[in-house]
Ligand binder design. Structure first.
Ligand SMILES: [Zn+2]
Length: 370
């Protein structure tokens, strides 16, 4: 007879299987459809979460909308059960949460970080020895739940001003912020009068001359979009980058997708972005399934877009986390508080295709949350 512990372990694994299946379904739809640009625009609105989780939320929110359980086709803010409580709001009776994959992290310590053999896993409340470096590392994933703001009630959510743009207008400060980032990578930003000077293109990145050129005979929105596209190339596609990816056109997909997410995060109209059909670039190669390529590309794009957005001093639309949520509050690895069994508290960690490591010094560990 199975123990309670074994039974709950089995239940968790069954849930995980179900969740992975759901994700595969969402990804397969992307592979066969024309929804890549829409998925990216959606991911930009929930960019605090992994690309896979945005797909899961998208699919489940659509279902809830079609069933009449939520009023809007797009979620606004999503957060975990306890996060909503911390903001003075309660999940309404009868509203089921959206299942996502939450990373489970462990702490590892070593006095000689360069030597992989010396890393040891720390126990729950175990402190590192003096001089040891501590790293948090994702070890596995578990199912967790989040709810859209419309499924909760309580204290009002402050509405941050949403940037509004006229057609063809560029968001204030965006060109300068992107140009600074390009220059910080060691590239000069050139503005050329027309496409005849750059092989008929809107923009060109020259890795040898270390220049990024953008033509000036377009409206400001198109110019800033082009600059974001070229910055995507600068950050992702140097001469040392994977040539096979470039060859299959994934480089262009990635650069344009980064630009789309940057634009969407600033409330720009992203309908004019030109991204080839997923079926033309997410093709089976080196034993990798199209679905895997879609997920990996989406996550790579999202991380690059986040890196760019974090450096900008511009008015951006919400990233999907409710205003006022304290993401950096100290947080113990596991809480001993009793939790409702189906409501895993959400952790603000970014799940990645590969386990992410981050290094902190031993003295800083206790206060540091993920
Ligand atoms: Zn390009």
């Amino acid at each position: 007879m199975a123990t309670t512990r074994e039974a709950s372990q089995a239940a968790r694994e069954a849930k995980l299987d179900e969740l992975h299946e759901r994700l595969t379904g969402a990804v397969e739809q992307l592979v066969s459809g024309e929804d890549w640009a829409r998925a990216l625009a959606f991911a930009a609105r929930l960019r605090a979460r992994s690309f896979s989780n945005t797909l899961l939320i998208w699919a489940q929110h659509q279902g809830a909308y079609e069933a009449g359980r939520v009023p809007e086709p797009m979620p606004t803010y999503v957060a975990g059960y306890r996060q909503w409580q911390a903001l003075g709001r309660q999940v309404e009776k009868g509203q089921s949460g959206y299942q996502i994959l939450a990373p489970v992290t462990g702490r590892f310590a070593s006095s000689n970080p360069a030597d992989a053999e010396t890393w040891r896993r720390l126990g729950k409340s175990e402190k590192p020895r003096s001089g040891e470096v501590v790293r948090s590392k994702m070890i596995t994933v578990k199912p967790a739940y989040v709810w859209d703001a419309s499924q909760t009630s309580g204290q009002p959510i402050p509405e941050p001003p949403a940037p509004t743009l006229l057609e063809g207008e560029s968001p204030t400060g965006l060109w300068d912020g992107l140009a600074d980032h390009v220059r910080a990578q060691g590239f000069a930003v050139l503005r050329v009068p027309h496409e005849g000077m750059i092989h008929g293109a809107n923009g060109v990145t020259d890795y040898t001359a270390k220049t990024v050129a953008v033509r000036e005979n377009m409206d400001p929105a198109a110019q800033v979009k082009t600059l974001a596209h070229e910055l995507g190339h600068v950050l992702l596609h140097g001469p040392d980058s994977d040539e096979a990816r470039q060859h299959r056109g994934i480089g262009e997909v990635e650069a344009e997708s980064v630009a789309l997410m940057i634009g969407a995060a600033h409330g720009m109209d992203t309908s004019g972005y030109t991204i080839p059909y997923v079926s033309t670039w997410a093709v089976r190669v080196d034993g990798k399934e199209p679905g895997e390529i879609v997920k990996a590309t989406g996550e790579r794009v999202r991380k690059t877009a986040l890196l760019i957005l974090d450096r900008l001093d511009t008015a951006q639309v919400t990233d999907g986390a409710p205003p006022g949520l304290n993401r950096d509050a100290p947080h113990r690895e596991e809480t001993s508080r009793k939790q409702p069994s189906h409501e895993a508290p959400e952790r603000r960690v970014t799940p990645l295709p590969e386990p992410e490591t981050r290094t902190v010094t031993a003295s800083a560990t206790q206060a540091r949350a993920l």
